[in-house]
Write a protein that binds this ligand. Structure first.
Ligand SMILES: [Ca+2]
Ligand SMILES: [Ca+2]
Length: 398
């Protein structure tokens, strides 16, 4: 699943829908959302490899999960409203290869960027129990007058080569195909829609009536970070997100345990049915498309929707080799903040940050990134209708 970044199309295609150039582009199929922006802008010079080398880490044997060691300290204070206490501790971060685990519903992606498993420690913190909702984001916008990236007209400076008619504010929206298509080109089911933004999640004719408790979407990285700063919070690091999402469990494939559908009951808002065909989403889990937050059982820390519903931004830059770098260093990585720069080998010119959790479009037929140790990524100026966020707050200040 993934979204397309906004840029790609701007440059080369005639505008049909175009736009912000498509900013969208997408990025690998997995990602949450993608990039586009840089395409429009033109490649950056030199995507550095500030963290580690790009040489794959090849230990003699892949490490397996070791026990999660949860800090025993009690919460220093009652959690702020809407947040839960995450005690912190040490855990094995990442994912085994689901394609060789004899697991059903693991999909056909090896998830190489989520290995090797490595030990990580994170301090205690507070985390929003749910994804940030439309009504919460509206309070921020009313208080500050903030305008999201999707609502801004792309500038000639950003996209010097784009046709003028493509420089239109908008965002990427899932557009189901008329019939079954090969799952090898996400442009078949993502389109850049002028006028799509957080207030108009499906396009200019849509609105937020009845969606007050649904997660806000069409949120680029800076839109999420700006909200967090206003709220006196911050975005989670990737390590914080995964520690929290695991809910105190050790090495489980899902934030709720071992099985995708224990007792025949869906545990998250993902996608059932033929993907990405129009009318293909059967909504067997109770929801076709996005769901209001908090509709499924929370994990062990009281967090809702850390798998599924909408993808969520983290503050880490994305590098496919970051886990290898940490593993090479050995020991326990303490409160890792991610690499100092981004490098996705498949789209090296696009600055991307890590996204987590998968969305209502994830399915074991195509993208299983609702699995708790797996990773997504997205170009920082791109958004879509399945990308949102939640915030954290350090338990002692910061
Ligand atoms: Ca669903
Ligand atoms: Ca989510």
């Amino acid at each position: 699943m993934s979204t397309a970044p906004r840029v790609k199309r701007l440059r080369k295609q005639k505008p049909v829908v175009n736009a912000r150039p498509l900013l969208l582009a997408a990025v690998l199929l997995t990602v949450g959302v993608g990039l586009g922006w840089f395409l429009l802008r033109g490649p950056k010079t030199g995507t550095e490899t500030a963290v580690g080398s790009t040489t794959p880490f090849k230990p003699n044997a892949q490490p397996n999960f070791e026990a999660t060691i949860t800090n025993a300290d009690p919460a220093p204070a009652p959690p702020p409203e809407g947040m839960v206490y995450i005690p912190g501790g040490e855990f094995s971060m990442g994912s085994l290869d689901p394609t060789v685990m004899e697991m059903s519903c693991g999909g056909d992606e090896p998830m190489a960027d989520a290995r090797p498993l490595h030990r990580v420690y994170v301090n205690a913190f507070f985390m929003d129990a749910t994804e940030v909702t439309n009504e919460e984001y509206e309070r921020f916008v009313k208080a500050t007058g903030y305008v999201t990236v999707a609502e801004r007209k792309p500038t000639r400076e950003e996209f010097p080569d784009a046709p003028e008619e493509n420089l239109v504010a908008g965002s990427v929206v899932f557009a189901p195909s008329a019939k079954a298509v090969p799952l090898d080109n996400h442009y078949q089911w993502w389109g850049y829609v002028p006028g799509a933004d957080w207030r108009h999640p499906s396009g200019p004719q849509s609105d937020l009536k009845g969606k007050e408790k649904s997660p806000v979407v069409h949120i680029a990285y800076e839109d999420a970070a700006s909200y967090a700063a206003w709220a006196g919070k911050r975005l989670p690091t990737e390590a914080e997100f995964e520690f929290a999402a695991r809910g105190g469990l050790t090495g489980k494939p899902y934030s709720w345990g071992d099985e995708l559908k224990p007792g025949g009951k869906w545990q998250a808002n993902i996608y059932q049915g033929k993907f990405p065909v129009r009318g293909g989403d059967t909504g067997e889990d109770g929801f076709k498309g996005v769901a209001p937050v908090g509709q499924f059982r929370p994990n062990g820390y009281g967090l809702f929707d850390v798998g599924g519903n909408v993808w969520e931004w983290t503050s880490d830059w994305y590098r496919a080799d970051y886990y290898s770098t940490l593993a090479r260093q050995g020991g326990v990585a303490r409160n890792p903040l991610g690499p100092s720069s981004s490098l996705d080998p498949s789209e090296p010119d696009q600055p991307k940050r890590v996204q987590r959790g998968g969305s209502f479009l994830c399915t074991d037929e195509y993208c299983t990134r609702y699995m708790v140790g797996t990773r997504g990524k997205g170009e920082v100026r791109s958004a879509s209708n399945h990308l949102g966020f939640r915030c954290v707050k350090s338990s002692k200040g910061s």
